[in-house]
Ligand binder design. Structure first.
Ligand SMILES: [Zn+2]
Length: 374
């Protein structure tokens, strides 16, 4: 389990200024590298769009990566024919900026929903209209697009429904939504014409508990996922499962959104489907990579994808050697200006105020988990 240092002596403002200048310079260089590599991978496989392709993407909100185990979630952990990314990171520690990053393939400071505080600060905002979302990108290519999402965070007004022909917010019943979502999927797939894109978002792992514990909720969810996956596999060529962020379960009132730690950023990511060989990928990747990955999978060229900071993950799936890129996270609920950049085995967290804990780095790994040092 990742642990953080407690509060220590604060850095003075001059020291912070120098560190910020240094960090911003390094990050700018790394981002340029990231963008050029993204362009070189995107659309590298197929020159034209697949005319018969079903893509299903499932987000399990607030699912910790270390809880996807054969004991707790056997159906998810054993998802057949999948590439499992063991070091996947969300680009924000709470739902709205994270999903906007996924939909647009851009970091929170780009997509327009990197705000201070809670939902009230989002009033009047929406995902930048000059950036194509995944659904818009695929709709332009003739895909039928549909989303069934739990009612709440992915509000229509914020722009999450853009590009979807069908966008339905599902009301939870006694705290549950996965059965209702699966019913909608069954109906959709009965009539779906390929190509299609289906996005699903469940709150079964999110607070509040419905079975008395986080683990209990995951066990229930996993049973229902088995039914959903069986249904999807009959109709789709690509199935992607991930979580938008982790969860701090160290406190009774568990939560997310308030920091840039592995507890909140390390997420499960599985990519499966026709022709994909089961594999474990240990190199760090990030959720902004999903948009270019889907584009690559269905054969879109990079002009159809548009600008972004992600890169296709299919070279990892094929076992190719892929250069590392910086893994970026920002947008905790404390406000804009927080930023974490990770490069291989090192991470740096910067915060804009003049308090302690604004500068962390990873030391060399000691097994699968890491610790912060100052
Ligand atoms: Zn979430």
């Amino acid at each position: 389990m990742l642990s953080q240092d407690t509060v220590d002596a604060p850095l003075d403002s001059g020291e912070i200024s120098l560190k910020l200048q240094w960090a911003v310079s390094i990050i700018a260089i790394l981002l340029l590298c990231s963008c050029s590599r993204s362009a070189s991978h995107s659309g590298s496989n197929s020159p034209s769009v697949s005319k018969a392709h079903g893509v299903v993407v499932v987000c399990i909100d607030a699912l910790r990566e270390d809880h996807v185990t054969s004991d707790l979630m056997p159906n998810l952990s054993d998802l057949e024919e999948s590439a499992s990314f063991r070091r996947a990171y969300s680009n924000a520690p709470w739902t709205i900026p994270s999903i906007a990053s996924i939909f647009t393939g851009t970091y929170p400071s780009y997509h327009g929903l990197n705000v201070e505080g809670h939902l009230v600060a989002l009033q009047g905002l929406e995902i930048r209209t000059d950036i194509l979302t995944i659904a818009e990108m695929l709709a332009q290519q003739g895909f039928t697009t549909a989303a069934f999402v739990t009612h709440g965070p992915l509000d229509l007004k914020l722009g999450f429904s853009r590009g979807f022909k069908i966008y339905e917010e599902i009301e939870r019943v006694d705290g549950h939504d996965i059965v209702q979502i699966s019913e909608r999927v069954r109906e959709f797939l009965k009539h779906a014409q390929q190509p299609f894109f289906l996005y699903l978002h469940t709150f079964e792992a999110h607070l509040p508990d419905t079975s008395g514990s986080y683990q209990g909720d995951l066990r229930y969810l996993d049973q229902e996922l088995a039914r959903l996956f069986a249904l999807v596999k009959e109709h789709a060529e690509t199935l992607i499962v991930f979580s938008d962020h982790g969860e701090d379960i160290s406190r009774p009132e568990r939560r997310h959104g308030f920091d840039l730690t592995d507890d909140l950023l390390h997420v499960p990511l599985l990519i499966g489907g026709t022709g994909i060989v089961p594999a474990l990928v240990n190199q760090p990747v990030q959720l902004v990579d999903l948009k270019p990955t889907i584009a690559d999978r269905v054969g879109l060229d990079k002009l159809s994808v548009g600008p972004g900071q992600g890169r296709s993950l299919l070279p990892f799936v094929r076992g190719e050697t892929v250069p590392p890129v910086p893994i970026i996270a920002e947008a905790p609920l404390q406000g804009p200006g927080w930023l974490r950049t990770a490069w291989m085995d090192f991470a740096l967290v910067l915060r804009p105020d003049n308090q302690s804990r604004d500068h962390w780095c990873w030391k060399e790994p000691k097994g699968p988990k890491r610790e912060f040092i100052r």
